[in-house]
Design a protein. Sequence first.
Length: 204
Amino acid sequence: MEIQFWREILEPYQLGVNELLVKFNHIIDECKNSGRYSPIESVEGRVKKISSILDKVQRKKLDSSEIDEKIEDIAGIRIICQFVEDIYDIVKMIHNRNDMIVKLEKDYVNDIKESGYRSFHMIVYYNVETLNGPKVIQVEIQIRTMGMDFWATIEHSLQYKYKYNIPPQIRERLSAASAAIIKLDNEMSSVHQEIRESQSSFRK
Ligand code: GTP
Ligand code: MG
C-alpha cells in the first residue's frame, strides 16, 4: 500500500486527535479560570503508527477497505485524572456532548483485566471536516487515574522488553502492584472525600 493511500486514510484521524486535544485541554483551562476542580488532570493523543495498523490488519485478516470500520483505535486519546470518581464524571460529560457519539464502552476499572490492567475505554464517533468533505471517524478514549497510568506504562514497557511474553514471576509482581494501586486509589479518594467534607462543614 502506497504513501498516498496512507495519507488519505490517516489525515482525518490526525485532525480528529488535534481537535480533541484542544477540546479536552480547554476543559482544564475553563475549570482553572473559574476556580473549579478539573476532573481532567492531563490529556494525550496519538495516531496509530502505520506498522501497528498493518499488524492489526494481518491479525484480524482485514481487507484494506475495512480499515476505517474495523480498526477502532487509529485515533487514540488518553485522559488522566486524579481520582477514580473523576473517571465517571468524564464518562458522563462525554455522553452529554453532542460532538461525540458513544459506540461502546468497556469498564476495566470494575472488570479488571487478567493482567491487572485498569482503565475505562470508550469508542466514540466524531465528525471532522476535511478537504473532501465531512467524515465520521472512530476514536478510542482511555480514561484512567494517575495510578492506573503508572501501572499501565510500566507493564507496557515490560511487555516490550519481554516481547509480549512476560515471565510468570514478573506477572505475579505486576498483579500485586495492580492490587496495591487499587488500595492507593481508594485511599486517595477517601482522603479527598474527607477534605471536601471538612471544607463544607467549615463553610456552614
Ligand atoms: P485490540 O486493540 O485489538 O487489543 O482490541 P481490544 O478490543 O482487545 O481492546 P482493549 O480494550 O482490550 O485494549 C485496547 C488498548 O487498551 C490497548 O491497545 C492498550 O493501549 C490498552 N490495554 C489493554 N489491555 C492492556 C494491558 O493488559 N496492559 C496495558 N499496558 N495496556 C492495555
Ligand atoms: Mg486487546
